[in-house]
Design a protein around this ligand. Structure first.
Ligand code: MN
Length: 479
């Protein structure tokens, strides 16, 4: 199980008894947090930091432990911050500064000098926060009494984002083919992506997949089709439909084998490079996305990797998360709506009801008619997030949106789609996205909120532009 290490700061100025109290109170706090987050990860207490050597030892332990996804720090008493400098210099995991207290209320009748000296995180956390600011250490801050629900919610958010950062740092991405010819925003600096987010992005010829498809057995295809039939509404069994669906099942089984053999969590393809494939992967890709595999079309490695990371962040929450493409608008004045979809590959996590498997010709790429899932989209508040390479840094753009029911049936549109309203309104929301350099591929989520993205940007030192009812804000977390 993944874990967060809990580091408590104190000092030996107040004697052994005070340190015993620090230990006792912190153990109680950690036991409570451990229980409050037990479905996410474990919280484990390390020896109290009362000097620089202990701090270094704790931070190094966090670094080398592959199960450790982050560190929580709390200055129980006054822990002079020069003791933290060398340890913080070494830390390579997400950091949370937890500004809390062992007790909720002040014991007005009983409070004396000993109590005040023991319970002085208001004092000690300021000393520690100064050194975090002075050293430009990327971190999150949560303030409040540790048993309050709001505080637990914020700690859980940190845990989920830290788990996603950990996943990101271990993510391998396969690109079948390269970036779509002439397209700019989907391209990017793969070396820098690896340095900043950990993504190992490697190219594979589509022939790798074709070869693996030749090894797929009829039994494996049958088993995959049973998975489809369990989850989706299947079409009438005409020979053409059956053949098209079997072809997608075969591709997905081959992809399963490939992703597992190469330890890959996200992939891209490109309709311009499908040489020996009979169809563009549609149903196969959609079903993989539903299983948490990241996907970006047209060689878009950033969206593929980012969608995998955000799906990981959202995995324990209600709602849909996945890749989408901005497509077309209803510009009725004052009621503007966007229709977002793709040629085929829309994640079934956006389905308002059971998706239907359908087979239709594809207008692009000159291949056989592919099977795909078709459905109307879910409703609710959500976010649309994208990542652009600005040349010397990455920028995340995060817009608040409201997913809505499509106002009318679209009987001739043979792909899944979602519809949404921009915030604060169409003109300002879309203009801000365009001016921020946000691309046409993004991740939409009704499970995540802006706060999750702010935290991810903060911990990965990424510039962030947010768009919503509070206008447009830019956060430069790079320095
Ligand atoms: Mn596209």
């Amino acid at each position: 199980m993944k874990k967060l290490y809990f580091l408590v700061g104190s000092q030996d100025l107040y004697g052994e008894e005070a340190l015993e109290n620090v230990k006792k109170q912190t153990e109680e706090m950690v036991a409570f947090l451990n229980e409050a987050m037990q479905d996410l990860l474990a919280v484990e207490l390390l020896p109290a930091v009362i000097d620089s050597a202990q701090c270094i030892q704790n931070m190094q332990k966090a670094n080398v432990d592959a199960d450790c996804v982050g560190v929580i720090t709390w200055m129980h008493t006054f822990s002079p911050a020069k003791m933290w400098i060398k340890g913080l210099q070494k830390l390579q995991k997400p950091l949370l500064h937890f500004h809390t207290q062992a007790g909720e209320k002040l014991p007005y009748d009983a409070i004396d000098m000993d109590f005040m000296n023991l319970n002085q995180s208001a004092h000690g956390d300021r000393e520690y926060a100064f050194i975090l600011a002075r050293m430009h250490i990327a971190h999150a801050t949560v303030s409040g009494y540790y048993r309050h629900e709001r505080v637990i919610r914020e700690l859980r958010r940190f845990a989920e984002v830290a788990l996603a950062v950990d996943y990101s740092r271990n993510l391998n991405v396969a690109t079948f083919g390269n970036n779509m010819r002439q397209v700019a925003v989907t391209d990017g600096d793969r070396v820098e992506s690896q340095i900043q987010y950990g993504w190992e992005v490697n190219y594979y010829g589509i022939g790798e997949l074709v070869e693996r498809m030749e090894d797929v057995t009829a039994d494996e295809i049958d088993a995959k089709i049973r998975e489809y039939a369990d989850a989706y509404e299947m079409p009438e069994k005409t020979p053409a439909a059956t053949e098209a669906i079997r072809e997608q099942a075969k591709m997905e089984v081959a992809l399963d084998h490939f992703l597992e053999a190469e330890c890959i969590g996200a992939f891209t393809d490109n309709f311009q490079d499908l040489y020996q494939l009979k169809q563009l992967p549609g149903l196969a890709t959609q079903h993989l996305m539903a299983r948490g595999i990241g996907f970006g079309p047209e060689g878009d490695y950033k969206t593929s990797a980012f969608s995998a990371v955000l799906m990981k962040m959202a995995e324990r929450r209600e709602g849909g998360t996945g890749f989408i493409e901005d497509y077309t608008y209803d510009l009725t004045e004052g009621e503007e709506l966007e229709l977002a979809a793709h040629m085929l590959e829309v994640s079934p996590s956006f389905a308002a009801s059971t998706p239907k498997v359908e087979v239709h010709p594809l207008d692009i790429g000159d291949k056989e008619a592919p099977a795909r899932l078709v459905f109307d989209g879910i409703q609710g508040d959500g976010i649309q997030v994208t990542m652009s390479d600005m040349g010397d840094h990455f920028r995340i753009v995060c817009a608040d949106i409201e997913l809505v029911a499509q106002p009318q049936e679209m009987p001739h549109l043979p792909v899944a789609r979602i519809m949404y309203r921009h915030k604060p309104n169409f003109s300002e929301g879309t203009a801000a996205w365009l001016e921020a350099g946000g691309g046409h591929h993004s991740v939409v989520s009704t499970a995540l909120s802006r706060e999750d993205i702010v935290l991810f940007a903060r911990l990965t030192r990424t510039e962030l532009v947010t768009i919503g009812d509070d206008g447009v804000k830019t956060f430069d977390f790079r320095h």
